[in-house]
Design a protein around this ligand. Sequence first.
Ligand SMILES: Nc1ncnc2c1ncn2[C@@H]1O[C@H](COP(=O)(O)OP(=O)(O)OP(=O)(O)O)[C@@H](O)[C@H]1O
Length: 323
Amino acid sequence: MAAVLQLADVSKNYGSFQAVRNLSFEVERGTICGFLGPNGAGKTSTIRMILGLQGVSSGQITILGADDGRKVRDRIGFLPEERGLYKKMTPVEAISYLGSLKGLPAAEGRKRARDMLEQMGLGDTHKKKMKDLSKGMAQKVQLIASVVHQPEFVILDEPFSGLDPMNQQGLEAMIRSLAANGATVLFSTHVMQHAERLCDKVVLLARGRKAFEGTVAEARATSARYLEIEGALDVNAVAALPGVGTVETLSDIDGIVTLKAALAAGAEAQHTLRAAFVSDLDVRRFQLREPTLHDAFIALTGDHPDDDQRHKATGTQIEEAAQ
Ligand SMILES: Nc1ncnc2c1ncn2[C@@H]1O[C@H](COP(=O)(O)OP(=O)(O)OP(=O)(O)O)[C@@H](O)[C@H]1O
């Protein structure tokens, strides 16, 4: 598959501080790539270099065959992290104006703006000024403005931030439909769940360095499966069970603890559960969890990309021990 974006050994220094370090990765045409990392990892700096909005300190970037994003700006759609559209314009005016800067005729821009606003549930905002829209609404308008000229390559910097869960879902659908129509999408986020659901590929960034590049499944496979065990339990007794590696206490409420126990490669969770009952441990809940992208991120970088998401994990429940 042809790469529409290639970064080769790219670094960015701000004075003596190196925000991006020897970063190399590729994005193939027609795919959705998640650019992941906690706050301050260097995502925005990288995106600005990709777009040619700031120069690289060293290394090379090729985007849509060009050596500078500014040369192909009309073929790119960009949603910046800093939002704020022309406050006195209506959404239709703002969208068609930004489209016109990318070569889209005004009448066509207004028509597309009306259709896209309708699709995004903003059909009744036509007469309002941008300044009178809610933050989430204004963000959706800005998003529409960034893709109204139907760019080949869409770059979105933290597009999910500031949107409620319903609108986040709508944005996920929009990103999928952009890719289904042939566009390439690169979006940055520090919330792993969006990337987990959407991405063909993820690039994990930690303190300016690439920690991982590959599919979501490949990222997950770098992390161990684990057990979540709840009860009046002694950590050392759980650590001594067969197949169990390191044990972490997730919560302790009046002596009822929830433990996260890493499962050794090839170990059978059922075997561990049986041993727990034979040892007469007070197990009230026992679940086998598959590692999430979030778990993989922590395993790969030692960083927590988003503390709010820390305890959320999908998994297969083997058994709930009745009490
Ligand atoms: N113009 C600048 N001058 C000096 N330091 C900067 C500048 N821009 C960014 N930095 C620093 O570079 C590092 C990376 O910032 P960047 O905004 O690229 O990260 P990010 O991953 O996009 O984070 P966030 O999600 O918080 O925006 C941070 O430590 C930031 O303070």
